[in-house]
Design a protein around this ligand. Structure first.
Ligand SMILES: [Zn+2]
Ligand SMILES: [Zn+2]
Length: 434
């Protein structure tokens, strides 16, 4: 897959001097870390539909995760990264954070840019999503992550371009290895029916047929969605486990409800603004963070032209409910992150220059203009910015023994009437025992 240039800080961004040149190509360490690793699904041979994850002892010890067959993750030494990120080939260090843009575009999807979604992987093995907008499930699949670990989504707000692929992650992840519920963290709204709890409740009801039919074939618990709704008006901790603290505070976007998030772990900080008009809370709570993502919309005239809107609509959307480039720059100048990340516009060649020029009128610090599948490795002394190259025909990464043995209440059945319609000219193979 060809990747487009994703920003102006491609490659290494150092806080301190490294011993080795940062652009030196890494001699990939071919020493297999899979020695002694067990095939978790046991006895599965090539050609079967369930490809096991490899339970590499070394990999688990260092990163708390497993890797699909055919990938040999290696440790990165002295901050010398391969120029391209190939998923599942690098061990995350114990003090390192990896962030991947799953979607950076608009509600109107293109094959090149999905809607908003961010993946945060930590060196302790924890994995978090911040928004999973429409289309992001494709990039999640392309990264071939262990679905069993993909069970937490933090929603900035309930626009489809930020939560549109919750159903795809919920069901796709359940098929692909998640045997526990999917947890959705998100804000309340001005009324009960506008909150995350209501969204999750209605989503479960809307897909009742889907879930009932799959439960029992798939692990029962994997079909559950659990909402964690919190008051959008408060600056508060909404998650605190395993050394990871996530706080939320209000954002200003269309109607009440949207929030921004800050994740703190191991002395590193990540901020995701969600959609917002420039607001004083972000200026207050996103000071001096390591990695700061804030939306950056197309300037009013460009937005109006691209969509075929009038200038009033373009100006309102860009500058009254979102943040145009010059305002993005002001926010970053006021908050001084180690790296500022701009997204939420089409990164077409004819549109990027106006966005960049706008930002650079008001901000001269470190910046990435993000594309889908831009990847950042964040450490205390180093930030690496690259693009991922993924397999467009990726297989699911595989399942674990825990998935294969998780409780299943039994396969669903059709009514006698429908059963009676089965054609006697076909006989299925005998059903193997569990
Ligand atoms: Zn929005
Ligand atoms: Zn949006």
């Amino acid at each position: 897959m060809k990747r487009q240039f994703g920003g102006e800080t491609q490659g290494s961004l150092d806080r301190t001097q490294d011993n080795e040149p940062v652009h030196k190509r890494s001699g990939m360490n071919r020493r297999s870390l899979l020695r002694g690793g067990a095939l978790l699904a046991g006895g599965v041979t090539a050609g079967t539909l369930i490809a096991p994850l490899l339970g590499s002892t070394a990999a688990k010890a260092q990163a708390g995760r497993t890797y699909p067959r055919g990938r040999t993750p290696v440790a990165i030494k002295n901050n010398v990264y391969p120029r391209t990120y190939f998923p599942n080939t690098e061990l995350l260090a114990a003090d390192e954070m990896r962030i991947i843009a799953l979607g950076t575009g608009m509600p109107a999807l293109t094959p090149k840019q999905k809607s908003t979604g961010w993946l945060v992987e930590l060196g302790n093995g924890d994995v978090f999503f911040f928004d999973v907008g429409s289309g992001t499930a494709e990039n999640i699949a392309a990264l071939r992550l262990d679905y069993a670990k993909l069970d937490k989504v933090f929603a900035s707000h309930l626009h489809t371009d930020h939560i549109g692929d919750v159903p795809a992650l919920w069901i796709g992840g359940w098929l692909g290895g998640r045997y526990t519920p999917l947890h959705i963290y998100g804000p309340s709204g001005a009324k009960k029916e506008l909150g995350t709890g209501s969204y999750v409740d209605h989503l479960s009801k809307a897909y009742a047929w889907d879930v009932q039919g799959r439960s029992g074939i798939l692990p029962d618990a994997g079909g559950k969605l659990i909402a964690h709704e919190f008051d959008y008006r408060k600056h508060q901790t909404v998650y605190n486990k395993n050394g990871v603290k996530i706080t939320a505070w209000p954002a200003i976007h269309v109607i009440d409800g949207p929030v921004s998030y800050r994740l703190e772990w191991n002395g590193l900080s990540f901020v995701f603004g969600g959609d917002t008009y420039p607001n004083r809370w972000f200026i207050q709570y996103a000071q001096n963070v390591d990695f700061s993502i804030h939306e950056c919309f197309l300037p009013p005239a460009a937005l109006a032209k691209v969509f075929g809107w009038g200038l009033r609509q373009g100006t309102f959307v860009s500058a009254y409910i979102h943040t145009p480039p010059e305002a993005f720059g002001k926010i970053m100048s006021a908050t001084k992150p180690r790296l500022a990340v701009a997204y939420h516009f089409w990164t077409h060649h004819d549109l990027v220059p106006a966005v960049l020029a706008g930002i650079r009128k008001t901000y001269s610090g470190p910046l990435t203009i993000a594309n889908d599948l831009t990847v950042w490795n964040v450490k205390k002394n180093h930030i690496e910015t690259r693009e991922a190259v993924v397999d467009e025909a990726a297989w699911p990464p595989g399942t674990s023994r825990a998935y294969l043995t998780a409780k299943r209440s039994g396969e669903a059945k059709v009514s006698k009437f429908i059963e009676g319609g089965k054609w006697t000219g076909y006989k299925p193979p005998p059903l193997p025992k569990r």
